[in-house]
Write a protein that binds this ligand. Structure first.
Ligand SMILES: NC(=O)c1ccc[n+]([C@@H]2O[C@H](COP(=O)([O-])OP(=O)(O)OC[C@H]3O[C@@H](n4cnc5c(N)ncnc54)[C@H](O)[C@@H]3O)[C@@H](O)[C@H]2O)c1
Ligand SMILES: O=C(O)CC[C@@H](O)C(=O)O
Length: 528
């Protein structure tokens, strides 16, 4: 008998198939503390959660029988994924079931914000007939949508029906797709400066954390309004409070908070211009049924050792293929991530070329790692090697894979090229050198030889004497220790690149100072 623990409020109808399964026993115990969960989890084969239960390493460590954690929803930021992977626990989610519901919540928040509905309701039921609440129409207003994935795209569709002009930004939004959705493809800057309403629909990643902060509020249209039904922290809460006080922002509607639940003295809870809901974006009967049905179905498959989908951390790779390709997985993912950090515009194609011994094996699993590396920078922890190719399809992102005999002298060579919507190409190539490990051997058209590293600086410069010394002196002065330094050029005196590995994260001001040096054209941190 398999034992399943449901530790958050999950739709009864949704988990009916689990309850009715003859080989499964379901226990519902909600509101438990971490310590209480640790005490009982050892009895269970599966754990079903929404967003309240924080599935920590401690819980998984105590879950000696735990085979699967099912998340009835999209975000898996309440589950320690590395810990689950390390313990061989499969994590699955239900990415599609609450899209419409959350989109409708964001829309409800936008309308409530535009017409002061919560404030007017509170006054009216307190016995005051106060008709001073003057709203604004949505018609002809500019709506900026940051994050045009599942939910953002649905919000855009509905906003069109309200006569709004939609400005959309997403690192994977191409001109073609934007046109299909009736959205004006814009930059974050355009949106921040021109939108009357901004709604965010991105995951919380290092890149999206505080993507709307003091600098962005400073240039916004006076009287704009902002909505966050995605994740707390995408909008900097402290900066928003200041922008509300300064009259830049006329109103904000938030379903999510940097810390949930927010403390009783959280400024949002005491500001008449802010309306809030307690993370209710996915809370409809329909969505809760959908996500619970999806996740229950997959949990049953996993418990019964049947094929399953929506795994967030589990590779479907046969062991014979795995043995051959495994040494390349980490290199492939790093090359994908490196290439994505070279791009400046939305990407329309990922072109992967395998040469040498790699051209003789089925490289599909490796392709998944490379694509994961490309997507993870913007899609965060939701991307895994099971869903990476699927995620490119739903974004009309073309993936081309080819084999080649052009090894450039290496036993194996992987080249990853990202084609931007302007047709500009950014590429990086790497090889696995037996005895020496992973090497980056080409960046764009420049040959180079460097081990991929967590903190690297890529500098584009003119090939002339003194550059290396100037860079070394500047980094030294800023206490950035150089571990390795490689330069590559095509012709003497022409354009060149320098790739340095350094011991710590490079402060932004140091990158700015580097660009100020003579003959340096650009400098960026590459973090792998
Ligand atoms: N409030 C709720 O209850 C609730 C319910 C469901 C989903 N969510 C959250 O909503 C968010 C969106 O969900 P989804 O299903 O649409 O996800 P999705 O993966 O389909 O879309 C997210 C999009 O954000 C884009 N993105 C990443 N970094 C970006 C950046 N720097 N700038 C602009 N765009 C960027 C990605 O490319 C992607 O297309 C997630 O954070 C999810 O957890 C909240
Ligand atoms: O479970 C919930 O209610 C929240 C769901 C939502 O945040 C998600 O990411 O799917």
């Amino acid at each position: 008998m398999f034992k399943v623990l449901v530790s958050d409020p999950i739709s009864d109808l949704g988990i009916q198939q689990l309850v009715e399964a003859a080989d499964v026993q379901v226990d519902k115990k909600t509101g438990l503390s971490e310590a209480e969960l640790i005490e009982i989890i050892g009895d269970y084969d599966a754990l079903l959660v929404r967003s309240q239960t924080k599935v920590t390493e401690g819980i998984m460590k105590a879950g000696s029988r735990l085979k699967v954690v099912g998340r009835a929803g999209v975000g898996v930021d309440n589950i320690d994924l590395p810990a689950a992977t390390g313990r061989g626990i499969i994590v699955i989610n239900a990415p599609d079931g609450n899209t419409i519901t959350t989109c409708e919540h964001a829309f409800a928040m936008m309308m409530a914000l535009a017409r002061h509905i919560p404030q007017a309701y509170a006054k009216t039921i307190s016995g005051q007939w106060d008709r001073k609440f003057l709203g604004v129409e949505l018609r002809n207003k500019k709506l900026g949508v940051l994050g045009m994935g599942r939910i953002g795209s649905e919000v855009a569709k509905r906003a069109k029906a309200f006569g709004m002009d939609i400005l959309g930004y997403d690192p994977f939004l191409t001109e073609e797709r934007a046109e299909k959705l009736g959205v004006k493809l814009s930059s974050v800057d355009d949106i921040v400066k021109n939108a009357d309403f901004i709604t965010v629909h991105t995951p919380l990643t290092p890149e999206t954390k505080h993507m709307i902060s003091t600098a962005q509020f400073a240039v916004m249209k006076k009287g704009m309004r902002i909505i966050n039904c995605a994740r707390g922290g995408v909008v900097d809460e402290a900066a928003l409070v200041a922008a509300l006080d300064e009259g830049i922002v006329a109103g904000a509607a938030f379903d999510v908070f940097e810390h949930e639940p927010p403390a009783p003295d959280h400024p949002f809870l005491h500001n008449p211009k802010v309306i809030v809901t307690p993370h209710l974006g996915a809370s409809t009967v329909e969505a809760q049924e959908n996500v619970a049905i999806d996740v229950s179905e997959q949990v049953l498959h996993i418990l019964r050792d049947e094929p399953f989908k929506n795994a967030v951390n589990m590779p479907p790779v046969a062991s014979s293929v795995m043995n051959k390709l495994q040494p390349y997985f980490s290199l492939g993912e790093k090359l994908g991530s490196f290439a994505s950090q070279l791009t400046a515009e939305p990407v329309k194609s990922i072109v992967i070329e395998y040469a040498g011994e790699l051209s003789e094996v089925d490289t599909q699993p490796l392709t998944r790692y490379i694509v994961k590396g490309v997507l993870s920078r913007h899609l965060g922890s939701e991307v895994n090697i099971v869903n990476s190719l699927h995620l490119t399809k739903i974004r009309d992102l073309n993936v081309q894979v080819s084999s080649s005999s052009a090894t450039k002298g290496f036993t194996n060579l992987i080249t990853v090229t990202l084609v931007e919507q302007t047709n500009a190409e950014r590429s990086v190539a790497g090889t696995l050198l037996y005895g020496y490990g992973e090497r980056i051997v080409q960046v764009n058209e420049f040959p180079i030889d460097s081990a991929p590293d967590n903190h690297q600086i890529l500098i584009s410069h003119n090939d002339q004497p003194g550059i290396i010394g100037n860079v070394g002196t500047l980094l030294g002065r800023n206490e950035v220790n150089i571990a390795t330094m490689q330069v590559g050029r095509k012709v003497v005196g022409g354009e060149a690149v320098m790739l340095l590995s350094v011991d710590k994260e490079v402060p932004k001001n140091v990158l700015t100072e580097l660009v100020g040096l003579e003959a340096i054209n650009s400098a960026q941190e590459i973090s792998l």
